[in-house]
Each structure stands twice: as C-alpha cells, then as structure tokens.
Design a protein around this ligand. Structure first.
Ligand SMILES: [Zn+2]
Length: 71
C-alpha cells in the first residue's frame, strides 16, 4: 500500500512529500495550497526515506535537463 506521495507544487514546481490520506498540501517554498490532484503526483513511496530519495533523484534529473537545454 502506498503511504507517501511525492508531489510538485502547481505554482513554483517545488517537490515535497505528503501522506497518502491528505486531500490538499501546502508548498513549503511559496505557501500555495493545492488539491492533491493526480497530475501533481510525480512518485509514490512506502517510506518517508524512500520518498526523500525519490525527490533527490527528481531534482538531479531536472537539473540535468536544464543543463541540456542551455545553448
Ligand atoms: Zn510552491
């Protein structure tokens, strides 16, 4: 059973971990409250540690994409 969701803020794109039972989440970076919509969920995890690792991985891959898009 999935207990943690990795979500991305609809406004600023920050990642954070939420419990699977939450209906909304507040972004730690910009304070925006978003509904826990399917399109904002980027990963699932069974433990908080696993969720943290997935966020770290997502940040690395996003930074890599940013590098590639440089002229
Ligand atoms: Zn935000």
């Amino acid at each position: 059973m999935v207990r943690y969701l990795v979500v991305v803020c609809a406004k600023c794109g920050s990642y954070r971990v939420v419990s699977g039972v939450q209906k909304t989440f507040r972004c730690f970076s910009c304070g925006t409250v978003s509904g826990l919509r399917q399109e904002l969920v980027v990963a699932y995890a069974n433990t908080a540690e696993e969720a943290r690792q997935k966020i770290a991985h997502l940040k690395i891959s996003r930074a890599a994409r940013r590098e590639e898009s440089k002229p």
